[in-house]
Write a protein that binds this ligand. Sequence first.
Ligand code: DC
Length: 231
Amino acid sequence: MGSPLRIAIDGPAASGKSTLGKRLASALGYLYFDTGVMYRAVALAALRRHIPAEDADRLTDLAANLQIDVRPPSKDDGRDYDVLLNGEDVTWEIRRPDVDAIVSVVASHPGVREVLTRKQREIGERGRVVMVGRDIGTVVMPDADLKIYLDASPEERARRRYLQRLGRGERASFEHILEAVRERDRLDHGRAVAPLRPAQDAIVLDSSELNAEQVFQRALALVRGYAKSSD
Ligand code: DC
């Protein structure tokens, strides 16, 4: 049977999921798919159309009628992929602070989640994929071959975000970032549909005391362990 064909990585904001997902996908020659970009694309479209983040019905309609594509990177500007919203390149726009501010609320609507989950499953069914998000192991691909839940303390995750921002030459306050991380956790864990939690059969990796290389090596060992046990 060999390598796990469908790998799910879930965990809270800034736990290192995307760094791990990218490296694992590249080592295995798999597609790296960050499902958060879909929720961000819907949030951006809502801002542009002045649809309030609380309007579940209009947002569900919006999500159903948007064309969201994730493609290999077309530019060498630090991006890992292109995100296209109705054909327009919004790769960087979906990272705007005003998108950050509303995306958790947008992602809390069951209708929005249903539409996006369907699109994510279609991609998962093709296999050879590392899919990253909050509910991949529990809802999107409950039958994934390998499920990793990457965790880290709120303080450590805030510290990483803080250093990232300083590294980009931005001004940042550790206290504000920690507060935002806690608020995102509260929303992601507390929502009624597909709350953030490890799947029963997920392997939990706590990265608080590990660097990116160590996390990658542990995940790679899990992939190899899977390949061996399924021989
Ligand atoms: O990982 P991220 O910060 O780009 O995610 C953006 C938002 O989308 C965040 O509030 C959590 C939500 N999300 C989700 O609910 N389910 C997913 N599979 C991925 C992201």
